[in-house]
Design a protein around this ligand. Structure first.
Ligand SMILES: Cc1ncc(COP(=O)(O)O)c(C=O)c1O
Length: 406
């Protein structure tokens, strides 16, 4: 009997990546031999503390930060909450205006909606047709009382890379004398996918998550530039330099550290390979299904500083298409029947069955937005899987159209 699992094709890495075997082993070790509490003063505590240090160094290395600037959290959602609420609550008199984009992850948008109820003004910039924010638009919306800018590095639904580097430059120019607005970057979809060495130079706060790159779920990190004050969200024992109380998730952190190290050592080869897969996928889909539409930039960035590109570009692991007349959710389940896993949009909002806020903000018509699927690659995606995915996709779209156009 064929092993069904071996025939499965998992193309939903932007939702979560399978946990690498080495990472599973590191997590198990941290739950067995190294079970200590990192705050304990004895040998068991020291061994656990060493695990934290190694992962802090790995995350710091990815963005050229000091390991002391890395705070462990329970994931990207908490990192975004802590960055935004923590920073604003530490600066209650600095200003009441926040600039963000309309295509952020809900863990940013929902926090900002709460802050609006508390009296903050929030400007949500809409992207252009390819899902990238225009710097001129951004410049026009910076006000004297802007206290925070929160922008994602890589959009999780369409892969578009935002011009974070140029935005940081604009912020430095807006108020050369006074304190400039803080810059928070949600880099959850960027870590291990595109080079981030410049990030600690331009961001004050940056969010990361372990499970998007082959690490465990429920663990993440926040870069807090040295000197940036944060009001903690949790009161307690003052772990993580007082920024995040609670005994750290040592097994999760052990796994995240190894996943980050592996992703960084493979970054240049993996982004080349994934970029090539992305290019081929786009070419073959648009060639074979004439009315298919690509949502997001066609160009793929595989090297160079993120945000430095002079034309819209996407990260190498995410691609989003619309197939008119083929509801995205129906297509997803047809592909699932063939053992192929993709998404209709952001994983966390898929169950809510709403039109994607990202595609909506890009001006994609509702009919097209609702007929979209996201395909995302990761550390284990192969060229032959893309071939088999393409064959399954062509079959499914053709069958569904025969049915829906009857
Ligand atoms: C861009 C972005 N930010 C934040 C998150 C939240 O991360 P986590 O699932 O670790 O809470 C995600 C997860 O999909 C994401 O894609």
């Amino acid at each position: 009997m064929p092993d069904e699992r071996r025939l499965e094709i998992y193309l939903d890495h932007a939702a979560t990546s399978p946990v690498r075997v080495e990472v599973q082993e590191a997590v198990c070790r941290a739950m067995s031999a190294d079970f200590g509490n990192p705050s304990s003063l004895h040998r068991k505590g020291v061994a656990a503390e060493r695990i934290l240090s190694r992962t802090r160094e790995a995350v710091a290395r990815a963005i050229h930060a000091d390991p002391r600037e890395i705070v462990f959290t329970s994931g990207g959602t908490e990192s975004n909450n802590l960055a935004i609420k923590g920073a604003l609550r530490a600066l209650p008199r600095r200003g009441k205006h926040i600039v963000t984009t309309a295509i952020e992850h809900p863990s940013v948008l929902a926090v900002l909606a709460e802050l609006e109820d508390e009296g903050y003004r929030v400007t949500r910039l809409a992207p252009g047709r390819e899902g990238v924010i225009a710097c001129d638009d951004f410049r026009r919306h910076i006000a004297p009382d802007t206290v925070l800018v929160s922008i994602m590095m890589v959009n999780n639904e369409i892969g578009a890379i935002q011009p974070v580097e140029q935005i940081a430059r604009l912020l430095a120019e807006t108020r050369p004398a006074g304190p400039r607005p803080l810059l928070h970057v949600d880099a959850v979809q960027a870590l291990g996918r595109i080079p981030l060495e410049g990030l600690s130079r331009i961001a004050d706060l940056a969010s990361f998550s372990g499970h998007k790159l082959g690490g465990p779920k429920g663990v993440g990190a926040l870069f807090v530039r040295s000197g940036i004050a944060l009001r903690p969200l949790l009161a307690g024992g003052g772990q993580e330099a007082g920024h995040r109380s609670g005994t750290q998730n040592v097994p999760g952190i052990a796994g995240m550290g190894l996943a980050v190290n592996l992703a960084l050592s493979e970054l240049s080869a993996a982004s080349q390979t994934m970029g090539e897969l992305r290019r081929r996928l786009i070419e073959e889909v648009l060639d074979s299904l004439k009315d298919a539409r690509l949502n997001g930039p066609a160009a793929t960035v595989s090297s160079g500083l993120p945000g430095e590109a002079d034309r819209p570009a996407a990260a190498p692991h995410i691609v989003n298409f619309s197939f008119p007349g083929t509801p995205g959710e129906v297509l997803l389940h047809c592909l699932e029947d063939e053992g192929v896993y993709v998404a209709t949009g952001a994983a966390c909002s898929s169950h809510k069955r709403k039109t994607s806020h990202v595609l909506e903000a890009m001006g994609v018509e509702p009919g097209l937005a609702d007929s979209s699927i996201r395909v995302s690659f990761g550390w284990c995606t192969s060229a032959s899987e893309i071939d088999r995915f393409l064959a399954a996709l062509f079959r499914a779209v053709t069958d569904l159209r025969r049915f829906t156009r009857r």
